[in-house]
Design a protein around this ligand. Sequence first.
Ligand SMILES: Cc1ncc(COP(=O)(O)O)c(C=O)c1O
Length: 377
Amino acid sequence: MQAKDLKTPYFMINEEKLIANLEKAKQLKEISGVKLVLALKCFSTWGVFDLIKPYLDGTTSSGPYEVKLGHETFGGETHAYSVGYSEDDVKEVADICDKMIFNSQSQLAAYRHLVEEKASIGLRLNPGVSYAGQDLANPARQYSRLGVQYDHIKPEVFESLDGVMFHMNCENKDVDAFIRLLEAISNQFGEYLDKLDWVSLGGGVFFTWPGYDIEKLGAALKAFSQKHKVQLYLEPGEAIITKTTDLVVTVVDIVENEKKTAIVDSATEAHRLDTLIYNEPASIEQASDSGEHEYVIGSCSCLAGDQFCVANFEQPLKIGQRLNIMDSAGYTMVKLNWFNGLKMPSIYCQRATGNIELLNEFAYEDFKRSLSQWSVS
Ligand SMILES: Cc1ncc(COP(=O)(O)O)c(C=O)c1O
């Protein structure tokens, strides 16, 4: 199978790039003793889990199906967290998770009896401080529903808790900023942490970013776990799969309305949703800042403002030309949807040997079935 023969749109996960990130994860674990669980909300393409498993300790989740998927396809430690469990969710998940993390003291009180004896029990705390570029993704934003605020804690809950989870970072590439958060947590919550077996510091720590000081992060994590005598966890998502995957698309038309727009056979709204939600333009491999030919890379959805980015090219774009939309693994495949009845990208993995393996492909039947299986008569 050769990339040029594959029908676009498709995602191509690159094994070599994935392993390079995972080697950094391994280094961090060795330095710090931290355990790492993959955040399935970010990346759940289980077809490549055999590549990831040797490096990480398990998975963490945000909903009941992710717990089941982690348990079935990854193994190791399965952490179950949800912003809001129903009683049925808790019953379903209790037998297959190793840790159950409640978001509130009310959920803990309502359901802990269903989990005791089966899994280690945790509670999410909200440290009130965070590192996040956008308010939408800031767990410590005003009126946040994510975790228990310090001044709402009922100290007696710590008598029967095994651990806690904090999540307060989003794409944090600044190790010193993370260490400041760690110190704030230690100072404010230390007396509680000392009673626990484990503490998860959530995701959003971008330790695979080029130049990130992994040694410094590792030393700080080790010191924290020794001070409070806890097993530390991180829940990386984006850090594990960053820069590993392209979304490959084809230019299907070029239109002009003051600016030239190259319309491609994909849409951010359906295939790369965070481009739209966070208003963060994508990057195109074939683009060149010095190129004099500027195009809006427009999607083929009906949403007026749906575009991947504005990019410059050395040569004019041509209909039929392929473009690689880079860094398209995190929070993409997990958010794919059928809006506009667009063709869903296939998913491939390019192995270190150069071989390309198909992980998933979709057909009209998948679209149809996602809408109804039965009709009224
Ligand atoms: C509780 C929790 N853990 C882990 C993550 C993963 O974060 P990231 O993909 O930025 O590492 C998130 C992301 O929202 C989260 O909410």
